[in-house]
Write a protein that binds this ligand. Sequence first.
Ligand SMILES: [Ca+2]
Length: 115
Amino acid sequence: MISKKKILSMAGAMLAVSLVVAPAQSVEMFKNAGWSGWAFDTHGCYNVSWLGPEFNDQVTSIRSWNESWRFYDNINYGGDYFYNNRRDYSSLVGVTDGLTRWGDWNDAISSMQCV
Ligand SMILES: [Ca+2]
């Protein structure tokens, strides 16, 4: 027979697990427009200092799941940046928010912060 104390302890453990796996502030970075192609998913609110060889300077669309992120031109949160204001971007072609250089944000993001 399981004691009431044991049941409460198990419930506490289950709650802790559900808090850990609950969908957090994720963002998906896609290589192609329209949220298609290979995707990099943060699976949570994690800063990414470098998108890595497969995604650095190769992101064309962003699904933010209504969360707040700041995207940077350079690695280690350097250079120009833009705040997504909880928006998704089906294409970064022509998006110039925060840019002081020529061009747009297509194939340009190198790092990002969950804000
Ligand atoms: Ca870049």
